[in-house]
Design a protein around this ligand. Structure first.
Ligand code: AMP
Length: 296
């Protein structure tokens, strides 16, 4: 595994792999502090590509002024061990100076898909994401790029960006990896106190219980589903809800509260953002209501 820190070194390492016929190239962008969720993306990349590139870059552009950019957890040595163990070939770890040698004057922005959910609570966040991912795509020029459905809105936004701008990469969305007790893995879980972590289980529980109620037919409308999610989350005294939403996926369009879930065409997302103390956690479930009802 090669560790490179400059764009020039990255291009040289990639040229070497491409000249040796080690294509296609798969790319896994991350902010580091790697866990099993990231590992699953590297493994998936290894199945589909002959060169696996991972980047580790905590991107200042996607953090708001009062967010956790400076305190975001970092552990390069442990990250490199995990990357090597999981089969990454090239790890790109640029500093902020390498990514942004001058104040950036060009930004990539996807509209409409970024005004709701996390886009509403974190203004400018998705512009930071689409800008850095565009830069990384230009540097790596991957055939495939792997993203987790943990950040489902990010997947929707990046798919649209790639399609709108004719970027020659296929976005592969990978399932959410969870702890045994249901908590979605996140680098930010380290911020949680023991009590917060216990109470944070309401997120996955609310999604599970609501999915079950939809499958059993006891919850039929969008509003009933939203209410059930909210009531399970509110059973945790430490939970402060940022949003609980049910939207079409990947268009992220509002579904009428009174409408039947079974009338929704295609996929639907139940998306949550909830704060426990100073830690904001997200979780979601994407499903096809028509198929859920077909099981009943
Ligand atoms: P991050 O380092 O948090 O920016 O995440 C890098 C990539 O890993 C993104 O595509 C995330 O969606 C993905 N990821 C983070 N947590 C998980 C998880 N629990 N399961 C699957 N993918 C994840």
């Amino acid at each position: 595994m090669r560790v490179v820190r400059t764009v020039l070194e990255l291009r040289e390492a990639l040229d070497y792999m491409r000249m040796g016929g080690h294509t296609p190239v798969g790319f896994v962008p991350t902010m580091g502090y790697l866990h099993e969720g990231h590992a699953s993306l590297i493994r998936k990349a290894g199945e589909m590509a002959n060169t696996v590139v991972m980047s580790i870059f905590v991107n200042p552009l996607q953090f708001g002024p009062n967010e956790d950019f400076s305190s975001y957890p970092r552990d390069e040595r442990r990250d490199l061990e995990l990357a090597e163990r999981e089969g990454a070939d090239i790890v790109f770890i640029p500093g902020v100076e390498e990514m942004y040698p001058e104040p950036i004057r060009t930004k990539v922005s996807v509209d409409s898909l970024t005004t709701q959910l996390c886009g509403a609570s974190r203004p400018g966040h998705f512009d930071g994401v689409t800008t850095v991912v565009s830069k990384l795509f230009n540097m790596v020029q991957p055939d495939y790029a792997f993203f987790g459905l943990k950040d489902a809105q990010q997947v929707a936004v990046l798919r649209r960006m790639v399609s709108d701008l004719n970027i020659n990469v296929e976005i592969i969305a990978c399932p959410i990896v969870r702890e045994g007790d249901g908590l979605a893995l996140s680098s930010r879980n380290v911020y949680l106190s023991g009590e917060e972590r216990t109470q944070a289980l309401v997120l996955s529980r609310s999604l599970r219980e609501t999915r079950k109620a939809i499958e059993e037919g006891t919850v039929r409308t969008v509003e009933e589903a939203r209410k059930l999610l909210e009531s399970v989350i509110s059973s945790s005294p430490l939970a402060v809800i940022d949003y609980v939403e049910i939207l079409s996926f990947p268009d992220l369009e509002t579904l009428e509260g009174g409408s039947l879930l079974s009338d929704a065409e295609g996929e639907v997302i139940m998306a949550l953002a909830v704060k426990f103390g100073r830690t904001r956690l997200i979780d979601n479930n994407v499903f096809i209501p028509k198929e859920v009802h077909a099981l009943v």
